[in-house]
Ligand binder design. Structure first.
Ligand code: AMP
Ligand code: GLY
Length: 424
């Protein structure tokens, strides 16, 4: 079987590492990929948004199965483009990817189907938003409606900050067209958990839980990033939380999408907050999390192609999804200065230290091959170092040890990934 993966980050590297384990797969392509992915798959220089070229490539190479890792192409309708040509593809269609693509859509869906989430109002007129904020309780959360690389969320402590936020999002269009509409949401407190799931339109199966670390600096200080590290499972995702979410959130979301004529096939990522009143949905994503995939997929026992194919064929109920009874931690090695300004093109050494090391993974996020064939840094997040362990503490010690195996000049990481487990 020939498989094409669309994307170029650490998440796609983790997906490809799982695909490579499948006995059914003979050849893997990745568009556009990166230097690390290039060691496991043939990278094809086609961008993730170039649907016509991707479809033409899949037809010419007789690709049997395509997996879309990234949100932008999914929200843009890549699955519809592949299906229109009779190509088998894993991911939600455009009318279902809106679950991630529009926060206003997902909030309205949750309200209509009584799925627990923070209270909210939506606005398309900045004047009305400002008037609303005058009487609203602070802190408050402002969200640009569309995709904004996970950055279109502002948490405002005072009315002044909230007013400045409305200007940034709706008038200055700091997050582009995503700011034409804005959601104003009640501020919630609690621990965050990421739950990924496979969905076939009607059946949902939950993967092992995870927790991300979104802020750039230790102690959850600094700016929001794409994610600086993860651990799985989350000790805070207890049996009670699981039962509550199964009863009120997971199947309810899948059923709601089907009832709206938007059956969801692919991965739903539930960003949950465990509040005093119980678990609530912070956000939905229509794909694997990055870097959640880097700690969840290495622990999955199933052949990933079997599971994804069952989703596409609407028979996920025949799959017995299972995970190893261990733990994994991923520490992101970033370029110092991320997420604002940072140097790129710096040589990376020590990558060979991961060869043959069972339970250790070096997932490439932002790397490329230089003109003279060396692997160099090519982004804010450069590598995701994942290690397994018998439990979270062991996995964390292993992951931090492995962060010392690779070097590049402006290497930066958080030193407290997984520290929360000490409080569990
Ligand atoms: P989102 O992209 O919606 O997940 O928001 C990004 C981050 O902002 C979340 O992971 C939370 O840390 C924070 N956040 C979003 N919505 C809220 C909320 N209603 N209350 C508190 N924090 C929030
Ligand atoms: N790690 C959060 C995300 O992938 O959106």
């Amino acid at each position: 079987m020939k498989v094409l993966v669309v994307g170029s980050g650490g998440r796609e590297h983790a997906i490809i590492a799982s695909v490579a384990k499948s006995s059914r797969v003979d050849k893997i392509y990745c568009a556009p990929g990166n230097a690390g992915i290039g060691q496991m798959a043939e990278c094809v220089p086609i961008g993730a948004m170039e649907f016509d070229r991707l479809v033409a490539f899949a037809r010419e190479q007789a690709i049997d199965f395509t997996i879309v890792g990234m949100d932008d192409p999914l929200v843009g309708g890549i699955v519809d483009a592949f299906e229109a040509e009779g190509l088998k593809v894993f991911g939600p269609r455009k009318n279902a990817a809106i679950l991630e693509g529009s926060k206003a859509f997902s909030k309205d869906l949750m309200k209509k189907y009584h799925i627990p989430t923070a209270g909210y109002e939506t606005f398309d007129d900045p004047k009305q938003a400002l008037a609303y904020l005058e009487t609203a309780k602070m802190p408050i959360v402002l969200k640009a409606d569309g995709l904004a690389l996970g950055k279109g969320v502002l948490i405002c402590n005072t009315l002044e900050e909230a007013k400045a936020g409305v200007k940034e999002i709706m008038e200055d269009k700091k997050f582009g067209e995503a700011g034409n509409h804005m959601v104003v949401e009640e501020f919630m407190t609690g621990r965050e958990v990421s739950v990924l799931s496979f969905v076939d339109g009607k059946t949902i199966q939950i993967m092992s839980s995870a927790q991300d670390h979104k802020r750039a600096q230790d102690g959850d200080q600094g700016l929001n990033t794409g994610g600086m590290g993860t651990f799985s499972p989350s000790p805070f995702y207890t049996k009670d939380v699981d039962e509550f979410c199964k009863k009120y959130i997971y199947q309810a979301t899948v059923d709601a999408m089907a009832a709206e004529g938007r059956p969801f096939v692919g991965v739903i990522f539930f960003g949950l907050m465990l509040t005093e009143e119980g678990p609530k949905v912070l956000e939905y994503n229509a794909r694997f999390g990055d870097p959640e995939a880097q700690v969840v997929l290495p622990r999955m026992k199933n052949d990933i192609i079997d599971v994804m194919e069952a989703c596409v064929e609407g028979r996920l109920d025949t799959i017995d999804l299972s995970f190893e009874d261990n733990a994994a931690v991923c520490v992101v090695l970033a370029s110092d200065g991320y997420p604002v300004a940072y140097e790129k093109g710096l040589p990376i050494s020590g990558l060979e230290n991961f060869n043959g090391k069972e339970g250790y993974y070096c997932f490439h996020a932002g790397t490329k091959l230089s003109d003279d064939g060396k692997i160099v840094t090519n982004g804010g997040r450069v590598l995701g170092i994942t290690a397994k362990g018998a439990d979270l503490k062991e996995a964390r010690a292993n992951a931090y040890q492995a962060t010392e195996w690779v070097e590049f000049a402006n290497k930066y990481m958080r030193h407290d990934i997984g520290k929360a487990i000490d409080e569990a």
